[in-house]
Design a protein around this ligand. Structure first.
Ligand SMILES: NC(=O)C1=CN([C@@H]2O[C@H](COP(=O)(O)OP(=O)(O)OC[C@H]3O[C@@H](n4cnc5c(N)ncnc54)[C@H](OP(=O)(O)O)[C@@H]3O)[C@@H](O)[C@H]2O)C=CC1
Ligand SMILES: Cc1cn([C@H]2C[C@H](O)[C@@H](COP(=O)(O)OP(=O)(O)O[C@H]3O[C@@H](C)C(=O)[C@@H](O)[C@H]3O)O2)c(=O)[nH]c1=O
Length: 300
């Protein structure tokens, strides 16, 4: 099977490359933003036609939630318009396209967790552009797989775990919102899930294209997530002392973008046929912190 990865230097893209390397019989072309800008219809089409992938995985996105409020056109170009270009290219060679979306397409006002067919109602520009991208994918692509996930972390710089580590270098106390609940998702678990569904889409003639939810477990608030990050980091000697954490309400943490309160995704559809996959974020956090511990020892 030939797999083409777009946005290969991001958190998910990086882990997709690792997961693909651990899977036999895959030929992979992984392209970073500097190798292929998905906003160019022509470049996307040419790259796809030249490699002829069976599956295209789009891990490229504009992911800065607050900044999207002040540069909506860029967020729209990457998260929405470009998805039509990739869908077009996939159709041209009859390829499957796997695209990743977010819990932030929902408003978080549901008491229950969100099912795949629930109607999105995004609260911020990032979520709105991601929902536009979802609709373009589902309208245009002949073989679409849309995977919604949430709160992705890895050992890269660009996530909540690394934000907590860098804040703890200068701050003795931190206020963290405790009324937004969701599921942290380790990028490595998500990448394995994507490779697994990619395989099924090619090998199972009865495979159902459409929307799937995949995220980590258990659900927690950002405050509870931060607490676990600091406890584990102190135990491993990654930080000298845990900052004092204060649970606060969203309203006490002013930010440009509004965020959903309870954007929990229901994943039973995905796990009907993929029940051997790992998704406990605490195990993912363990992997991230042990990688950080290893690189700390190497640099000491
Ligand atoms: N991070 C999270 O918490 C969550 C992410 N998601 C979704 O998962 C997917 C992957 O996210 P994640 O890996 O965390 O994101 P990252 O921000 O880590 O990676 C996104 C990648 O997209 C690349 N990119 C941006 N613009 C373009 C472009 N025009 N052309 C090609 N590549 C581009 C970036 O390149 P460069 O670095 O050069 O800008 C970056 O490497 C996204 O669709 C995101 O919306 C869903 C839920 C949660
Ligand atoms: C740094 C910090 C954040 N917070 C809050 C703000 C926010 O409500 C929450 C998370 O903040 P962040 O800005 O790190 O996370 P955010 O960028 O909102 O994360 C989102 O990213 C996009 C890409 C997604 O798709 C989502 O699933 C989700 O992961 O924590 C605090 O309360 N205190 C703090 O010191």
């Amino acid at each position: 099977m030939k797999v083409m990865i777009l946005g290969a230097n991001g958190q998910v893209g990086t882990h997709l490359v690792i997961s693909c390397a651990q899977t036999t019989d895959l030929e992979v072309l992984a392209l970073s933003s500097s190798e292929l800008d998905i906003r160019s219809h022509t470049d996307v089409l040419n790259s796809v036609k030249s490699f002829q992938p069976d599956v295209i995985v789009n891990a490229a996105a504009y992911t800065q939630v607050d900044k999207a409020e002040v540069e909506p056109d860029l967020a729209h170009a990457v998260n929405a318009m470009a998805i039509e270009f990739i869908a077009d290219a996939a159709n041209a060679i009859d390829s499957v396209i796997i695209h990743i979306s977010t819990d932030y397409v929902f408003d978080g006002k549901n008491d229950l967790s969100y099912k795949e067919q629930d109607l999105p109602n995004p609260l911020n520009v990032y979520g709105k552009t991601k929902w536009q991208g979802e609709r373009l994918l589902l309208q245009k692509a002949n073989k679409p797989i849309l995977i919604r996930t949430s709160w992705v972390f890895s050992d890269s710089k660009n996530n909540f775990v690394s934000a907590m580590h860098s804040l703890s270098k200068t701050r003795k106390e931190l206020s963290i919102v405790d009324d937004q609940v969701g599921a942290p998702t380790y990028a490595g678990h998500l990448a394995d899930a994507i490779v697994s569904i990619a395989n099924k889409s090619i090998t199972n003639p009865k495979f159902s294209f459409g929307i799937y939810h995949f995220n980590g477990e258990p659900f927690v608030s950002w405050f509870e997530f931060a607490k676990t990050i600091f406890e584990q980091s102190e135990r491993r000697g990654l930080i000298q002392k845990q900052p004092k954490l204060w649970p606060i309400a969203s309203e006490q943490y002013p930010s440009l973008a509004k965020r959903p309160k309870k954007a929990c995704l229901q994943t039973s559809q995905f796990f009907k046929s993929n029940n051997s996959l790992s998704r406990d974020w605490r195990k993912g956090l363990d992997l991230v912190l042990s990688a950080k511990e290893k690189s700390k020892h190497e640099s000491d």
